[in-house]
Design a protein around this ligand. Structure first.
Ligand SMILES: NC(=O)C1=CN([C@@H]2O[C@H](COP(=O)(O)OP(=O)(O)OC[C@H]3O[C@@H](n4cnc5c(N)ncnc54)[C@H](OP(=O)(O)O)[C@@H]3O)[C@@H](O)[C@H]2O)C=CC1
Ligand SMILES: O=C(O)[C@@H]1CCC=N1
Length: 267
């Protein structure tokens, strides 16, 4: 399969590297389009078949065109892509918020898949939800699913509208996790630990706790209860979180992310 990637930043290259790792695509079968001169320079080491700063007619030679620019940059991309894209090519967008119908309309092109991955895709541990226009056939869809699975796990959504919520939950989710880890390390520093020690204590706690969630035959409430002894230290912390509205605040934040995804679709 020959793949063109437009916007070769964090996510575009996470996908490219995952495809390479599983031998799904050869290096010479990549066309990388990147605007940033610094990024272009670093992409030379990847040795793609074609590395360019502009969208040109050679795009028509590629089976799949991945759109991985920021949603705000899409209007410029569509202006040049519209005249070179050909029927039969599949457009695969990971841009937050931009609906399939808008991509179809702006590119005058019907075969479109919209997906929402997350940064653990860089390690092959991502989760990607995706939806497809009816014009994408089963054969195309199967090939795309194989590609996505090189970056981790995947969920097909019948209802594209759910992708804004996916964006808020798992797309942005890694940042929420890092935010909580950072706050815990900060608390450790305030209590007198070197950053390295605080970091080790917190990271290993998160890793072990994650495995407990995944393997222990207990609900989250039961897992919390098993840590929080009556009248003990954990209860003191949880009481403070409740009084400060920590869980509510996280939930409100996730709704705000969903709202922002919807705004991005409106330009
Ligand atoms: N980061 C994440 O966790 C996730 C991101 N996404 C989505 O993925 C997309 C990319 O995000 P991310 O990889 O983080 O962004 P990056 O900024 O890392 O990468 C985007 C790249 O596209 C370049 N670019 C902008 N305009 C053009 C153009 N016309 N032609 C070619 N290249 C262009 C940018 O250059 P310059 O910097 O000069 O503008 C930049 O290098 C976004 O739409 C985002 O919504 C989805 C899921 C998770
Ligand atoms: O913050 C963003 O807009 C993108 C989408 C999901 C993660 N990053």
């Amino acid at each position: 399969m020959k793949i063109a990637i437009i916007g070769c930043g964090n996510m575009g290259m996470a996908f490219a590297r995952a495809f390479l790792k599983f031998d799904l695509v050869k290096k010479e079968d990549f066309l990388l389009v990147e605007k940033s001169p610094e990024r272009m320079e670093s992409l030379r080491g990847f040795q793609p078949g074609v590395l360019t700063g502009i969208i040109g007619p050679q795009i028509a030679d590629y089976d799949l065109v991945i759109l991985s620019v920021k949603p705000q940059d899409y209007s410029l991309v569509q202006e040049s892509l519209r005249s070179v894209i050909k029927p039969g090519q599949v457009v695969f967008s990971i841009m937050a918020g931009i609906p399939i119908s808008l991509i179809q309309q702006t590119l005058n092109h019907q075969e479109v898949i919209r997906a929402m991955p997350n940064t653990p895709a860089m390690l092959g541990m991502g989760i990607t939800a995706y939806a497809a226009s009816p014009e994408v056939d089963m054969n195309q869809l199967r090939k795309i699913e194989n590609l996505i699975n090189a970056t981790g796990r995947s969920v097909f959504l019948e209802d594209e509208a759910q992708l804004d919520a996916v964006t808020a939950l798992s797309g942005s989710g890694p940042a929420y996790f890092f935010y909580i880890v950072k706050a815990m390390i900060e608390a450790g520093k305030q209590m007198g630990f070197e950053e390295s020690v605080a970091s080790l204590l917190v990271k290993q706690t998160m890793l072990g706790s994650f495995h407990l969630i995944n393997t222990a035959d207990r609900s989250l409430d039961e897992l919390i209860k098993a840590v929080a002894s009556k009248g003990g230290t954990t209860e003191a912390a949880l009481r403070q979180f409740e009084e400060g509205g920590t869980a509510d605040s996280l939930i409100r934040g996730i709704h705000a992310a969903q709202q922002r995804a919807t705004e991005l679709s409106n330009g």
